[in-house]
Design a protein around this ligand. Structure first.
Ligand SMILES: C[S@@+](CC[C@H](N)C(=O)[O-])C[C@H]1O[C@@H](n2cnc3c(N)ncnc32)[C@H](O)[C@@H]1O
Length: 372
C-alpha cells in the first residue's frame, strides 16, 4: 500500500505518541503535562463511563436528587432512606460526589452537585436514565449488536413502531410507556425550537408524530390564535385527546390517528413539524415521511425538522456515539448530519432549506424548509 507524504507523517507521529517513553516524557515536561493528563483522563473516562452511568442510575432510582432539592442531608439520614448500611451509603455518596452529581457539604452532609442540580427540575432526565436499563442490556455484547446477531432487542420491543409492519394496530399497552417518556423529555426541545423559530407568521400547525401533544401544548400557550393539528398512531392520539379534554383544549387541537408510512396526511396546515421523528426511521421510511409531508403542505408551506443531528460541533458523542448505538439497538433509524437531511429535503420537493440556530444544539437542531 502506497501512503501519501501526509499519511506517512501521521504514521510516524502516531507511533511516537503511542510509545511509553514519549508518554512518560510528555507527562513530565511542563509544556505538555497539561495536555498529556487531559488525554489520559479522557481515555479513562471512556473506559469507566459505564460505571459512572450506573452511579447516576442508582441515584435516580433512589430519588436522591429530588430528596436533596430542598437542602443537604446527613449521610446517616440518606443511608436510612436508601436502605443501605452506612458504609455502603458512604461509598455511593462519595462516588456521586466524585462525578459531580452530589456535593459534600461540611463533614457529613451531602447536597446537589454541579451536574446533579439539573435533575430535580427536569423529570425527563430521570425518566431517560431509568429507561436506559434496556439499553445496558442490549449493548451488553456490542459486537453481536453491530453484527445484527441479537434478534429482538429490549428497545425494539419498547419502541413498538420501530420494527412493526402495522404500527397503527398497536394498542395502548404497546404505546403508553414510550409516549409517557417522550412527553416527559420534550420540554426543553419544544422550548428551544419555538424560541428559535417563532410561529407568528403561520395560520395552522400540524405536529406529525407529535406523541401525546406536549409540543403543541407549548405552541398553544405562545400563539393563542394558531390552529393546531396532531398526527400520530391511533393509540397515541387517543392518549393525547384524553389529555386535551382534561385540560380544556379539545376544541383547539384536532387529532388525526393513522400510519404516516401508509396513510396520506391530512391537509390544511401551512406549517408541519416533525419533532424527533425522522431519526427513528431508515432512509426509505424517512424519505416516505418527507414526501408525505410535502404532499400535505400547500406550495410555499413550511416544514420544521427538529431533532438531534450527527456532526453537531461540540456534541459529536451525542449524535454519533449515543444515538448511533441507541437507534441500532432500537432496530431502526439513525441521526443524520444537516447536509444529508438537506439533500433528502431537496429530493422530497423542498427548497429554501436552512439550519436555524438553536440554544442547545446538543439535543435540538432545527432545519426549516419551504414546500417548492
Ligand atoms: C420519538 S417519538 C417523538 C414524539 C414527539 N414528537 C416528541 O418529540 O416528544 C416518535 C413519534 O412518532 C410516532 N410514530 C412512529 N411511527 C409512526 C407511524 N408509522 N405513523 C404515525 N406515527 C408514528 C410515534 O408513535 C411517536 O409518538
Amino acid at each position: 500500500m502506497q501512503f501519501s507524504i501526509l499519511e506517512r507523517w501521521r504514521i510516524w507521529r502516531d507511533r511516537k505518541l503511542a510509545s511509553p517513553q514519549f508518554q512518560r516524557w510528555a507527562a513530565d515536561f511542563p509544556l505538555t503535562r497539561w495536555e498529556a493528563s487531559r488525554r489520559a483522563r479522557g481515555l479513562f473516562d471512556i473506559t469507566a463511563g459505564f460505571v459512572y452511568s450506573q452511579i447516576l442510575y442508582a441515584c435516580v432510582e433512589l430519588d436522591l436528587f429530588n430528596r436533596l432539592a430542598n437542602g443537604s442531608q446527613t449521610a446517616a439520614d440518606l443511608a436510612t432512606h436508601m436502605g443501605m448500611s452506612p458504609i455502603a451509603a458512604e461509598r455511593l455518596l462519595r462516588a456521586a460526589v466524585a462525578i459531580d452529581l452530589l456535593e459534600r457539604r461540611g463533614e457529613n452532609r451531602y447536597g446537589l452537585g454541579r451536574l446533579g442540580i439539573a435533575l430535580p427540575g427536569n423529570p425527563g432526565i430521570a425518566a431517560m436514565v431509568k429507561h436506559h436499563r434496556m439499553l445496558y442490556h442490549d449493548i451488553d455484547d456490542p459486537l453481536a449488536l453491530f453484527r445484527g446477531e441479537l434478534g429482538e432487542t429490549e428497545l425494539s420491543r419498547y419502541w413498538s413502531y420501530a420494527c412493526s409492519i402495522d404500527p397503527a394496530a398497536d394498542g395502548d399497552q404497546r404505546v403508553a410507556e414510550y409516549s409517557t417518556l417522550m412527553s416527559a423529555s420534550s420540554g426543553f426541545v419544544a422550548e428551544d425550537a419555538l424560541d428559535a423559530y417563532p410561529l407568528s407568521a403561520h395560520q395552522c400547525l400540524m405536529d406529525v408524530g407529535g406523541g401525546e401533544g406536549r409540543f403543541l401544548l407549548q405552541v398553544a400557550k405562545r400563539w393563542p390564535n394558531l390552529k393546531l393539528k396532531l398526527f400520530d398512531l391511533p393509540a397515541v392520539v387517543e392518549r393525547a385527546a384524553a389529555h386535551f379534554s382534561t385540560i380544556g383544549l379539545a376544541n383547539r387541537i384536532q387529532v388525526h390517528g393513522g400510519n404516516l408510512k401508509a396513510d396520506a396526511l391530512p391537509k390544511g396546515a401551512d406549517i408541519i413539524s416533525l419533532v424527533r421523528v425522522i431519526l427513528d426511521h431508515n432512509d426509505d421510511g424517512a424519505m416516505h415521511i418527507l414526501r408525505a409531508v410535502r404532499a400535505a403542505l400547500p406550495l410555499g408551506g413550511t416544514l420544521l425538522v427538529i431533532e438531534p443531528m450527527s456532526e453537531t460541533p461540540g456534541a459529536e458523542p451525542v449524535g454519533d456515539a449515543y444515538f448511533g448505538l441507541y437507534l441500532l439497538a432500537m432496530g431502526s433509524g439513525r441521526t443524520r448530519p444537516p447536509r444529508e437531511l438537506k439533500a433528502m429535503l431537496t429530493a422530497a420537493g423542498f427548497d429554501q432549506i436552512r439550519l436555524v440556530r438553536t440554544r442547545r444544539p446538543l439535543q435540538t437542531r432545527l432545519i426549516a424548509a419551504r414546500a417548492a
